[in-house]
Design a protein around this ligand. Structure first.
Ligand SMILES: Cc1cc2nc3c(=O)[nH]c(=O)nc-3n(C[C@H](O)[C@H](O)[C@H](O)COP(=O)(O)OP(=O)(O)OC[C@H]3O[C@@H](n4cnc5c(N)ncnc54)[C@H](O)[C@@H]3O)c2cc1C
Length: 383
């Protein structure tokens, strides 16, 4: 039997960051991850990349994680444009907020590895294992699949949307599947793309481009599950032909490196904690990724939970009622962002002619109002 103050299940971007933050508080921390990642030696990017907003970058910097990312595979971006097909463009520039960038694009694995390396320097005990059983009494005992017995006063579930920790804790979820899948394709362009990300809202779903390092970029295509399935069955040539027909003209000349699709679901845990188990990241909430906010919300969960632990956690104590402070703060913010994404999703799906015209003028109407743009931008980048 091994004893810890805190056990974190799931060493993805959010769980590994939580383990580093918890260890920094001086708590004996264990991290259980079913598949520890290896650094990629391929020059080509992984399919899974994310937009990290400024608030996340600043927090990861304070934890000493951001400086451990492989900077050659990072791409800061300075401008973000959105528009409805046929309508006027709304552009946000980093100058609006006085910051040098709006955020950065990086492979998920780049952050995950940097966070795990930080955990190692902070003395976190890492297990490449999965959770088999969880018994909660005064202390919680976790049995791993390989038969290890670990105990702790607090278990943090960071094991993603299908969280086993959430199931063991008996916490239900509310949500639905979107009638849309997301196709991601990493592309190699014939020249480095500008440090600008853009998204066009089309009746079939948004189409977007994220600049990555060197000449790489990520093409994002939301559409019906059937359409996405067909696209994935096409040859590279046919797929690119479709992409050039559908995407706005600014899509650069490119070859496809890798592609894959993801079903999209909204899911919200009915509670963020129960007894001595607490949920963070996708284990607590998944949202539509059109605004690239999922992992940023998860990292904010880490920041607030860590602050709550710093104020209240006493190793060995079994009544963790104060976790409600974390829940109260994060539930409200996560729900607000989820609802905003749902409003954008529904507004984009409805195709009455009048509504389409309204949408076409909406973005352009905001464009001249710098104070309003600054407010919206600050909300998106979290500062
Ligand atoms: C198409 C798409 C694009 C996205 N783009 C963005 C974006 O640009 N910006 C953004 O902020 N968000 C984005 N997101 C959302 C983002 O990917 C997620 O919010 C984020 O990955 C959640 O991180 P997590 O660590 O909470 O969960 P996960 O990434 O799911 O990690 C969970 C970890 O737990 C481990 N695990 C699972 N079960 C067990 C177990 N039983 N025992 C031990 N370990 C276990 C897994 O191996 C994994 O490492 C996107 C999502 C999608 C689908």
């Amino acid at each position: 039997m091994m004893n810890f103050d805190v056990i974190i299940v799931g060493g993805g971007m959010v769980g590994a960051t939580q383990a580093a933050a918890t260890a920094k508080l001086g708590l004996r921390t264990a991290l259980l991850e079913k598949a520890l990642p290896l650094r990629s030696h391929s020059p080509q990017p992984d399919l899974r990349t994310s937009a990290f907003n400024l608030a996340s970058i600043q927090y990861l910097g304070r934890l000493g994680i951001w400086e451990k990312l492989n900077t050659e595979r990072l791409r800061e971006y300075h401008r973000l444009s959105v528009w409805e097909q046929g309508g006027r463009q709304l552009t946000f520039d980093s100058e609006l907020t006085g910051h040098s960038c709006l955020g950065a694009f990086a492979e998920n694995k780049n952050l995950q590895i940097a966070a795990i390396e930080t955990c190692q320097t902070l003395g976190v005990t890492l297990f490449e294992d999965t959770i088999q059983q969880l018994h909660s009494d005064k202390q919680t005992t976790l049995i791993t699949t390989s038969g290890k017995e670990l105990t702790a006063s607090l278990i943090i579930g960071a094991d993603g949307a299908q969280s086993k920790v959430r199931q063991f804790a008996g916490i239900g979820t509310t949500g639905w599947d979107y009638a849309q899948h997301c196709l991601l394709a990493t592309i190699k362009c014939d020249h480095p793309v500008p440090a600008e990300t853009w998204q066009e809202f089309q009746p079939t779903g948004p189409k977007a481009l994220l600049p990555l390092y060197d000449e790489y970029a990520c093409l994002i295509w939301y559409d019906t599950p059937q359409r996405i399935q067909s696209l994935l069955s096409y040859s590279q040539e046919t797929f690119l032909k479709e992409a050039y027909d559908i995407f706005p003209d600014r899509l650069p000349k490119a070859e496809i490196i890798e592609s894959g699709s993801f079903p999209l679901a909204r899911q919200h845990a009915n509670a963020y904690f129960k007894k001595n188990t607490v949920l963070i990241g996708d284990a607590a909430h998944t949202i539509h990724p059109m605004a690239g906010q999922g992992v940023n919300l998860g990292l904010k969960d880490v920041e607030i939970l860590t602050h709550t632990l710093e104020q209240h956690f006493v190793p060995g104590e079994s009544d963790l009622f104060w976790l409600k402070e974390y829940e109260r703060e994060r539930r409200y913010h996560n729900l607000a962002m989820m609802s905003l994404m749902d409003t954008c999703y529904v507004a984009n799906q409805l195709n009455f002619p009048g509504l389409k015209r309204l949408r076409q003028t909406f973005f352009g109407a905001i464009e001249p109002f710098s104070p309003l743009k600054e407010k919206l931008l600050r909300y998106a980048i979290g500062v």
